[in-house]
Design a protein around this ligand. Sequence first.
Ligand code: SF4
Ligand code: SF4
Length: 366
Amino acid sequence: MLNISPDINFKKQLKKISKSSLNECMQCGNCSVVCSLAPDDRPFPRKEMIWAGWGMKDKLIGNTDIWLCHQCGDCSTHCPRGVKPADVFSAVREISYQHYAKPKFLGKILNNPKWLPVAILIPVIIISAILLMAGTLQIPEGPVNYSKFFPHAWLNSSFAFLWFLTIGLGIIGLRNFRNDMKKQNPDVKSTGSFIKNLFSIRKEIIFHSNFSKCSAQKTRKIAHFLVFYGFILLLFVTAFAIYAVVTHNYPLGLTNPFKILGNVAAIMLFVGIGIMIANRIFNKKDFGNSTYTDWLFLISLFLLTISGIIVEAARFLNWGLAYHLYFFHLVCVWFIIIYLPYTKFGHLLFRVVAMVYAASIDRRLK
Ligand code: SF4
Ligand code: SF4
């Protein structure tokens, strides 16, 4: 016997975020016909849409399939009632960032615009406190040298500590998410280790192959590719920059290969984010509803990229405002890497965990 426990507040939240008229779904199944992820034996996403209409939070939060969805929008395009399943699932994922957040308040302040000033104030206060402890909370004299403002040892150790802390907290949330996925599949036994299953989905991660199946949003794969690999390249260059600091070879000259790679990464990010923003503004029909969480992530990444380029130029051109811009850039870095599990960037972790779990129960990514 199926126990139905509707959560009216959850349904209201879903409607508010997705702007979808959930009750209009007539269960025609068009969305399941067009969805490239729908297995032959499970009507995805039709059944999730009836659960959404009934406010069944416990069926939707911790639902593996909702994280396999890559928001191609095909289901929304072919829905005869304009119910927009893609936007409903995007809203479920947004609520999940808050549901699994540790500590809870970080999930709350990063997914609600009224708390944005607090989300900004936290890094401003903590970075200022670190500079105060380092004894460098002032604008240095002479040519621009960021290490005089934020000594490398302080910068690398404090940001590394905070990043490991936030990833540790994120892992607690992800473990709860994985347990919820298991609870929703009590009759299915997982097989293989995490690493083995991760290896089995390497092609999907490397080539984003499921994105190729989107018919409504052709440019999505290109934009996602540019941002994904641009970010990985940036992390690689950052790791080299830390090595250069430790071996006293920093700063890097403009013609240094790693500096050139860093600039290539910035261009890739810039173009990818530009396509994403343009699609959300000019192609609402196919890209659906854009939420505060979508915009916070895109704008943070855009500001991180553009401020990184400006900060580099400010050093070479000795601009008076260089240190203020550098401080602003560090706040942007915080929004992307320290807040990672609480923002839309967290989909990177949630989606991989869901894909690994799907592989462990042989839920094929068609
Ligand atoms: S969401 Fe739309 S396409 Fe899917 S079952 Fe409901 S009415 Fe049909
Ligand atoms: S957005 Fe695409 S992947 Fe997600 S449910 Fe709809 S059709 Fe399937």
